[in-house]
Each structure stands twice: as structure tokens, then as C-alpha cells.
Design a protein around this ligand. Sequence first.
Ligand code: URA
Length: 429
Amino acid sequence: MDARAVNATLRKRQTPSAEALAWFAQGLADGTVSDAQAGAFAMGVCLNGLDDTGRAALTIAMRDSGDVMQWALDAPVLDKHSTGGVGDCVSLILAPALAVCGVYVPMISGRGLGHTGGTLDKLEAIPGYRTGLSEDQLKDVVKRVGCAIVSASADIAPADKRLYAIRDVTGTVESLDLITASILSKKLAAGLEGLVLDVKCGSGAFMKSQEDARALAQALVDTSNAAGCPTSALITDMSQPLVPSLGNALEVVEVMRVLTGVQTGRVLDLTVELGGALLAQAGIDDGASKIAESIQSGTAAEKFGEMVYALGGPVRFVEDWMRFLPEAPVIHEVLAPSGGTVSAIDGETLGLAVVGLGGGRQVETDVVDPAVGLSDVVALGATVSKGQPLARIHAAREAMADEAEAQVLDAISFGEAPKDTPLILERIP
Ligand code: URA
């Protein structure tokens, strides 16, 4: 095999054979393929696309470029993946709720990407929580506790690690085929027996239109099923943040409020819907009610506490979470410049405001400040009077709060009341 021949096939708008794609993925993992060849490959796929068979072959090859975990457990091994949005902290509630329902959840998660927050960054706001586990350690925690939310070890989908870094610097992230292979190669390497996808759509998501979200959801569902993992997807609304706080520790606060029964709303509804869809797919009846019950009864909170402790966090985190989470030194209210109805919220701009405050990364090496972000963000459709708070900024310094204030004001529009958008826009299949 020869990388030049694989790239020439792409240049002619043809899909390379499954064998050629498998060879290329292995070459990415072991260094046989150079950075230049990988960049040309990414651009070839980006511009000319793969057919469905090629997309599945590339996904399977990238999954198999490293270890694929094997489980021999007494209940199904399941997971959820979100394509990312602002204020999306569902994973932290759903993983322990699923574990209470008796299934196993080895949730390999990511860090913040662009304007969206990352599950690992949120969990690392909890003092001591370790996301970097070996596969043996992950297996041990999942067997003992039922769930673990961790990062991918170096042996999971190494072809994706290399290709993703190259895509990031060659303007080739935005490809349906490459996004599908990248997301699924890591998820499928966890040895899943079922997966539900939360494909976000709207101002705070990567996919702004329902048409684009549907195309991604369909590609992910078809490819994952072709790779042998029963998968379904929900396309869900991200025209406003899922919770009124954005930022790492601030989102853990929202999670704890839901898990301890203080808060209900869209994030709880979505957790129940996703959990219900996943459990139904695994043949477990009344999954949505079981998930809701685990949260109402406090057993999901207990399970979250067990997971946090097993991964190095405080033993009494659930009882005493307010004491453990970091708080920013500057809290600054953004006041409405005039009265009116909130007609639109630009979630991407809010997410970028959090990144600017230090809650996300501008470059890979940035260290995230877990305490900063936004809280009490006004809801879409709310009516506010002049001078009423639209959000609270949590910042490390006053000057940073001033910059974020301009972004928050830019992100919130006033006008006619928006149409009611359902939380679940579509289900696939
Ligand atoms: N998340 C991933 O893991 N990969 C992509 O390509 C995009 C989002």
C-alpha cells in the first residue's frame, strides 16, 4: 500500500477500498504515514467525501488502530455521546443514573472544543478528580461502581489522536465523514453494546441548522450500527444554554442541584429522554421512569459520589459539594440596557465569553480556570425590565469581566417572543 495512491483515489472523487483505509489508519497510528500525507488525506475526504461503506470502513479502522476494550459483565455496557453545546452537563447526571439502573457506563469523554465546554474539564473542577486512567483502572472502577467518566488512554484510537491534531491545524475539522469516524472510533473502542447520541442543533451547537444536524445524526447512527453497535440519536434544541450557568465549577453546581432535587427543567428532561432511549434500545422497559426515579430518590446522587471518590475526589462530595467547588473572586452583574422580551440567545458568543474568561482553551496548552464563567443567564422568552440582571459574570479579574460583559450583551437580543421550540426536535430512527 502507498499513501500517495490512497490520496490519489480521493483526488479522483472515489472512495478508497476498506483495505486501503485500514492501512492508512494503521499508518496514522504507527507513523508510517507522514503529517503531509495525513493532511492531504484529511483535505481529500473533506472536499470529496467518502461513500457510506468507506465512512464505516474508516471508522472501524480507526477504532482498531488501538485497543478495543472487552467486557464480560452481567449487564449491558452502554454510553451516551453529545456532539457538544453550551451548558451541556447531561453526562454528569446520566452516567450515575444509568449505573443505578443496573447497566455499566465506561464514558470516554473529551475536553472543551471551540465554544463548547468539555465534560472532563467540568469534572476536574472537583478537587482530586482524576480523568486519566489506564484501561485496567477504568475496568476496575466500572465493575465496582457501574460508571466512570474518563479521558481516552493513549491506546484508545491512536489514529484519531494523530488525525484530529492534523485536522485542527489544516482547516479540515468540518467534514461529516471525518467527524463521524473521529467520534465513533473512540466510543466504539470502549467496547460498547449500545449507544445513544445527542446531536445538538442551534446557536450554541456546532450544527446550527436542523438539516445539518439531521445529516450528522444519520451518518453517526448508520456508521455505528454498521460497526456492530446498536445506536440511536436524538436531535435536540440548543437555541439557548441547557442550564443557566456556563463554566466548569458552575456547571457542576447545576448538576448537584439536579441530583439533589433542588432543580428540575430542561437538563433533567433531556437526561430522562436520553436515558430512556438508551435503555429501551438495550431491551430494558420503563427506562425513562427508572432514570427519573434514580434522580428523585437520591440514588443517582449517591452513585455520583461513589464515582467521584473512586476517581480521587472527596469522600463526602455529595453531602458537602459547596465547600469543595472553587469560586471566582470577581462577580459582576450584566444589567439589561432596556426592557423587553429575550427573542434570541447566541450560545456560541456566550461560550466564547467563557473561553475568554479562562474557562476554556484558546490554544491546546492553556490551563483552564475551573471557577470562572457565567451564571443566572436569562432564559429565552423571558421579559425583563431595564436594569434587571441578564447574567452574572464570574471572573478572575475586573478587566476580564468587562470584556465578557460586552459579549453577553451582544449575545442576548430583544424583540418579539420566540416561537416555542421543543427540546427534542427529532429521533433517529
Ligand atoms: N469531536 C470529536 O471527537 N471529533 C471531531 O471530529 C469532532 C468532535
